[in-house]
Design a protein around this ligand. Sequence first.
Ligand code: HEM
Length: 277
Amino acid sequence: MSVPAVAAPLSSAARAQRLLRRSAAAWLACAALGQVLFALYVAVFYGRATLAGQPQRWNAVMPHGYQPGATAFNAVLAVHLLLAAAIVIAGLMQLLPPLRRAAPALHRWVGRGYVLAAALLALGGLSMVWIRGGAAGDTAQHLGTSLNALLVLWFAAAAWWQAWQGRIGAHRPWALRLFLAVSGVWFFRIGLMLWVVINQGPAGFDPDRFTGPALTTLAFAQTLLPLALLELYLRAQRQGTVWRAWLGSGLLGLAALLTLAGSVAAAALMWWPPLAS
Ligand code: HEM
């Protein structure tokens, strides 16, 4: 008599790792939704104004963005906006395992473009903040965004170098750090809108001058908080400890909910109104 095969029960460590993977996938799904909405806003709002030959309409959302006569910096901003929409979509493509497996050459080419675009965004952003001037926010916020730019440059170089050397195991954490740092400006927007919704209005900052402790904190947290969570996730995966995996899963689950709520809030309050007007 043949005995039907019964799958061996998973150990608690394996169950914890499975939950960790699923929590990370849930966060990524929420982030993908929010990032696609952001990319759509950038492409439609700025694309429409540019194609109509009216770049001055960009200033409906960034008062000092387009400056008549400042040809070089207007070009820097135009490239910045074009790359912003493209890099968001490219980043999500790079993270899809089936696409990586099915088309490794595409992953390599998109990766090279991603690293180049990330460097141009960071350098263009730094030049607008410190040379052109007039960017929204105060010096403390500019320091937070500049830290983001420096980390983007560092992670882009490290992710590219490891891939170039063929060290895929070492490439992965740098590529994930790069993805999160590049997403910093998006984290800022969804974080801000979530904060406004929770407090039912601007709290801890002056909305007219766009300054205040809440914005300064967010300018640094946009980069440092997601990176801290990533390090915890990578450690939980590497070490396989059950409690670390549970902790990582819990935090990623919470992050998924906050990301979803922040994305919906940003889409409704920040990205949809300029498209509808
Ligand atoms: C790396 C990914 C980045 C993306 C995807 C991105 C995206 C954008 C977008 C969409 C805008 C238009 C504003 C809006 O409609 O919300 C913008 C403007 C701007 N960005 Fe970035 N950005 C990135 C990095 C940076 C960095 C690292 C800096 C600074 C160091 C920076 C500085 C600026 C400045 C100064 C503006 C013009 C805003 C103004 O003049 O008030 N960006 N960026």
